[in-house]
Design a protein around this ligand. Structure first.
Ligand SMILES: [Zn+2]
Length: 272
């Protein structure tokens, strides 16, 4: 599938960030990496496994193409039924390693305690200014199985705005930064917005599916009661069948996408 022109443009502009790509290694061997100073793609997740299950294939696809990706996990999954914060932190680091991404953890008040506030939005905006990504990934704002997901989705959108505003006094130490795209991912099918166009990213290359599967399986503590790996692979396969490719992952644009020509839009997904 062709990339929209805006993303191609962003890729070119940020090509200088592609020189130090973390090497992939099997999940479980990751020892964690230092937070990225800069990355082309910045993905926020409320809990240690959200990015991996919701859009891990997108991360793997972009790092395989040589673009740097950085993950920010906004809790340690403290309120989860399974897994301790220490176990979940280890699992997330191993998963990031499998995706070829860097990772850091941020405290937004703790799992199940997120509240939308200016203070928290400023914490997120400071990271956006530091990492200076072209593309931001955040959970959708659709209410679903965990209240933190939609709240984080709202806060990341606001953070993208505050990161751009030059006069925000709390952020003065960091230069303003305007991201080119804010895209949302759905942690589960229930979190997909019912209305509006979706972008389907073709994630069919076998090494991408393998890295994604490896990253999801790294969250072993979360797989004891539900087969989330199969749920996500089946969802990607269904989206792929609809689009005429092997596997595809849906993303949702917060704003209208600008292209130089309609030729850059690729093709529609309708196959049935
Ligand atoms: Zn979650």
């Amino acid at each position: 599938m062709n990339e929209p022109a805006a993303r191609k443009h962003a890729s070119e502009r940020y090509s200088q960030m592609t020189t130090k790509i973390p090497k992939r290694s099997p999940a479980g061997k990751g020892v964690g990496r230092q937070p990225a100073e800069r990355a082309w793609l910045l993905a926020f997740g409320a809990h240690p496994d959200d990015v991996e299950f919701g859009c891990g294939a997108v991360i793997a696809r972009e790092t395989a193409a040589g673009r740097r990706a950085h993950l920010v996990v906004c809790s340690r999954g403290e309120s989860g039924t399974n897994g301790t914060p220490a176990i979940r932190t280890r699992e997330a680091r191993a998963a990031a390693e499998a995706l070829g991404a860097t990772i850091e953890f941020l405290d937004l008040g703790g799992d199940a305690h997120f509240e939308v506030s200016v203070r928290r939005v400023l914490q997120l905006a400071a990271i956006v200014r530091r990492v200076r990504p072209a593309v931001l990934l955040a959970p959708t704002t659709v209410e679903n199985q965990h209240p933190d997901h939609a709240k984080l989705g709202h806060m990341v959108r606001d953070a993208a705005r505050l990161a751009r505003y030059g006069g925000v006094k709390e952020l003065k130490r960091l230069a303003p930064h305007a991201v080119e795209q804010v895209l949302s991912y759905a942690v589960t099918p229930d979190a997909e917005p019912a209305a509006g166009a979706r972008i389907l990213l073709d994630v069919s290359p076998p090494d991408v599916v393998a890295a994604w599967t490896c990253a999801m399986e790294a969250h072993a503590s979360q797989l004891k009661t539900r087969n989330y790996v199969e749920l996500q692979l089946a969802r990607a396969r269904l989206n792929g069948l609809r689009a005429g490719v092997e596997h595809a992952v849906p993303l949702f644009a917060a704003d209208a996408i600008v292209v130089d020509s309609i030729a850059a839009l690729g093709r529609g997904a309708r196959r049935f």
